[in-house]
Design a protein around this ligand. Structure first.
Ligand code: DC
Length: 229
């Protein structure tokens, strides 16, 4: 994917709370790359469905509406944005309603097809216009950008992930957060279409016990090595 005149693609997959978003953003800032949070796109689509009263438990109802919202992602890692039909939904998509429903929406094949297409367009534009892009999600190394020269699968222990996510959403209830993460992991890993899986050629990075700076430094080193090849 690093053909002449085109930027690098760093593909990062992993479960919620593994540290992949912070890592992806940190690496993009360190190497002046663009940044794409694909989970935010599934959340934005879910937000639109809920906002328009679509029954997210009904895959056919979701499939019938997927083309309607216009989801626009800003890829500056210093100020990433997410808009639906011109409205800033960055805060709304982190709410409980969206978090509860997003696994159901992201299991709908038509939703995935549409968002994967959009994600590839964003990647192509970034590669043409900049030094490249860091893309994070669940199926980036397997489906969205399987030819990316840098592919990572980021993990952390269930406890560490729950601790981090609790801090992010400012709840002291770590046990409830851990249960919610386990529920989503199960749904995201067992769904029929593009489940979260690690491919053999993705480098696994367990971030339990590492600081964010340490993880970012490791990934930057890996990317620099690949770029120098
Ligand atoms: O990373 P996140 O928690 O914001 O992702 C929200 C949901 O979106 C997650 O439960 C799984 C789904 N997702 C997906 O199916 N494919 C992706 N590439 C990214 C996220």
């Amino acid at each position: 994917m690093s053909a002449q005149g085109t930027g690098i693609v760093i593909a990062i997959d992993g479960p919620s709370g593994s540290g992949k978003s912070s890592t992806a953003k940190g690496v993009a800032k360190a190497r002046e790359l663009r940044y794409l949070d694909t989970g935010a796109m599934y959340r934005a689509l879910t937000w639109w469905m809920l906002h328009h009263g679509v029954d997210v438990g009904d895959p056919a109802a979701v499939a019938a509406q997927v083309e309607r919202p216009v989801i626009t992602m800003g890829t500056d890692p210093n100020a990433p944005t997410v808009e639906v039909d011109g409205r800033d939904v960055a805060a709304d998509i982190r709410g409980k309603d969206v978090t509860t429903s997003v696994s159901a929406v992201s299991a709908v094949p038509e939703a995935r097809e549409l968002l994967v297409r959009t994600q590839r367009e964003v990647i192509a534009a970034a590669r043409a216009e900049s030094a490249g892009i860091v893309v994070e999600g669940r199926d980036i190394t397997t489906v969205v950008a399987p030819d990316a020269p840098v592919k990572l699968f980021i993990t952390a222990s269930a406890e560490a992930r729950a601790q981090r996510r609790s801090k992010e959403v400012r709840t002291g209830d770590v046990a409830a957060t851990q249960a919610d993460l386990a529920r989503r992991d199960k749904l995201d890993s067992s769904r029929v279409h593009s489940p979260l899986t690690r491919t053999e050629d993705a480098t696994e990075l367990d971030t339990t016990g590492l600081t964010l700076d340490e993880v970012v430094a490791l990934v930057v080193k890996l990317a620099d090595e690949v770029a120098a090849e």
